[in-house]
Design a protein around this ligand. Structure first.
Ligand code: FAS
Ligand code: PHB
Length: 390
C-alpha cells in the first residue's frame, strides 16, 4: 500500500493534520496504538486559543464546539485570596479563548475523519519507521498479529511524548531541552457548577490551585501537590477543603462541590526536541514539545504545528513547492519556544517552589505584584494566553 502521508497517533495533532490534508484532497492514514474508546476517554486540556478554534472551523468540524463551547474574555488571578481580573479581550483588542474539552475535540475529529472515509487504524502495535532519509519512507506495524507495511511520501509523527517518531530521529542530530518541576497537579472532574464565570488561577502560600470548567455543570479543578503524592493520599473531602483554602477566606464559598468522577495526578515538565524534522519525517505536537499546563498551551501548540505542517504538505503536493516543508522546523519551533517561555513563566510566577524567604521567593512575589499592577504586564500575559499569531 502507498499513501502520501502516514500519521502516527490519533490525538489532536494527528487527527487535525489528517483532516486539514483531507479538505485539500490529500490522503493520509493514521496509525494509533490505543483503542478508539481509550483515546476518546483521555482527560486532557480545556482551553482553546481562537487559532485552534479557527482550524476546527476551517475543516468544518466546529458545530458541537460552537454549540457547547464557552467563550471567555478573561481570567482571574488570585493572590493569597485577593482576586484580580485580567480582561484579556480589552487588553488584546478583542481576542478571547474558548472553553471546550480536548476530549470533545478529539471525539469530533475522529467522527469527522471516519464520516469522510478517513483511515484510522486503532490498535496498531509496534509501529516502526523506515528509510526516513529516502524519498520513499515506510512504516511497519502489527494488528491482531498480522504484519502490515505502508510506503509513503512523508511521515508525520504526532505520537506524543512517549511516541516512536522522536526516537527515530538520529541521536547525533537531535537536541533536547528539559526542565522538570518539583511538583505535580492533582486534577479532578466533578459534577458541579463552576466557581466563577471565568477561570481562577490561585497563587497561595499553601500552593497553586486552578478552578476551571468543562460546561456549566462539570468542573475541572486542580491543586499543586508534592511530586511524590499519590491519588490515595487525596480523598474528595481533602481536595475540596484544600481548594477552598487556596482561594482564601473571601472566595472559599465560590467552590461548589459535587460528585468527583475523575481524579489524576500529572507531573509538570518543559521539554523541546530540535529539530522537528529529519528527511521525510516531521514531528508535531507533544512528540516534539511538552509544556506545564499553567499556560494552557499544550493542545494549542499541537494545533499550530499542524497548521504549519499541513500548509507545507499542501504546497508540496499541489504546487510541487518544498519551501515551506524545508522551513517547517524553524517556523514551528519559533512559536513553540514562545509558548514554552510563557508556560514556564506562568508556572514559575504562580507556584510555590519551597522557601519563600529566599531571593527567588521574593522575586516571584515581586513578579506577580508587578504584573498585576502594570498595564504592560497584564497585556503581556493576555496576549500570550489568548495565543500569539501563527
Ligand atoms: P497526544 O499525546 O494527545 O496524542 C498522541 C497519540 O499517539 C496518542 O493517542 C497515543 O496513544 C499515540 N501513540 C503514541 N505512541 C504511539 C505509537 N508508537 N504508535 C501509535 N500510536 C502511538 N494541555 C493543555 O493545554 N492543558 C491541560 O490542562 C493539559 N492537561 C494534560 C494532562 C495530561 C495528563 C497530559 C498527559 C497532557 C495534558 N495536556 C494539557 C497536554 C495535552 O493536551 C497535549 O498537549 C495534547 O494531547 C497534544 O496532542 P498530541 O500532540 O496529539 O499528543
Ligand atoms: C483545564 O480546564 O483543564 C485547564 C485550563 C487551563 C489550564 C490548564 C488546564 O491552564
Amino acid at each position: 500500500m502507498h499513501v502520501p502521508v502516514v500519521i502516527i497517533g490519533s490525538g489532536p495533532a494527528g487527527l487535525l493534520l489528517s483532516h486539514l490534508l483531507h479538505v485539500r484532497g490529500i490522503d493520509s492514514v493514521i496509525l494509533e496504538r490505543k483503542s478508539r474508546d481509550y483515546v476518546e476517554s483521555r482527560i486532557r486540556a480545556g482551553v482553546l486559543e481562537m487559532g485552534t478554534v479557527g482550524l476546527m472551523r476551517d475543516v468544518g468540524v466546529d458545530a458541537r464546539m460552537n454549540a457547547e463551547g464557552i467563550l471567555h474574555d478573561g481570567i482571574y488571578i488570585s493572590v493569597e485570596g485577593k482576586r484580580h481580573h485580567i480582561d484579556m479581550k480589552s487588553l488584546t483588542g478583542g481576542q478571547t479563548v474558548m472553553i471546550y474539552g480536548q476530549t470533545e475535540l478529539t471525539k469530533d475529529l475522529i467522527a469527522a475523519r471516519l464520516a469522510h472515509g478517513g483511515d484510522i487504524v486503532f490498535g496498531a502495535e509496534d509501529v516502526s519507521l523506515h528509510d526516513v532519509e529516502s524519498d520513499r519512507p515506510g512504516v511497519r506495524y502489527f494488528k491482531d498479529g498480522t504484519e502490515y507495511r505502508i510506503t509513503c511520501d512523508y511521515i508525520a509523527a504526532c505520537d506524543g511524548y512517549h511516541g516512536v517518531g522522536r526516537q527515530t530521529m538520529p541521536k547525533e542530530t537531535l537536541k533536547t531541552f528539559e526542565r522538570v518541576y518539583p511538583f505535580g497537579w492533582l486534577g479532578v472532574l466533578a459534577k458541579a457548577r463552576p466557581a466563577a464565570d471565568e477561570l481562577i488561577y490561585a497563587s497561595h502560600s499553601r500552593g497553586f490551585a486552578l478552578c476551571s470548567m468543562r460546561s456549566q455543570t462539570v468542573v475541572r479543578h486542580y491543586v499543586q501537590v508534592p511530586i511524590d503524592d499519590k491519588i490515595e493520599d487525596w480523598s474528595d473531602d481533602r481536595f475540596w477543603h484544600e481548594l477552598r483554602l487556596r482561594l482564601g477566606a473571601e472566595d472559599a464559598d465560590l467552590v461548589n462541590e459535587g460528585e468527583v468522577f475523575e481524579k489524576s495526578i500529572a507531573p509538570l515538565r518543559s521539554f523541546v526536541a530540535e529539530p522537528m524534522a529529519h528527511g521525510r519525517l516531521f514531528l508535531a505536537g507533544d512528540a516534539a514539545h511538552i509544556v506545564p499546563p499553567t499556560g494552557a498551551k499544550g493542545l494549542n501548540l499541537a494545533a499550530s504545528d499542524v497548521h504549519y505542517l499541513s500548509r507545507a504538505l499542501v504546497a508540496r503536493f499541489k504546487d510541487n513547492d518544498d519551501t515551506l516543508l524545508a522551513g517547517y522546523g524553524v517556523t514551528a519551533t519559533a512559536r513553540v519556544w514562545k509558548a514554552e517561555r510563557f508556560s514556564w513563566w506562568m508556572t514559575s510566577m504562580l507556584h510555590r517552589f519551597g522557601d519563600e524567604n529566599s531571593f527567588d521567593g521574593r522575586v516571584r512575589q515581586a513578579e506577580l505584584d508587578y504584573v498585576l499592577s502594570s498595564q504592560a504586564g497584564k497585556t503581556m500575559l493576555a496576549e500570550n494566553y489568548v495565543g500569539l499569531p501563527y
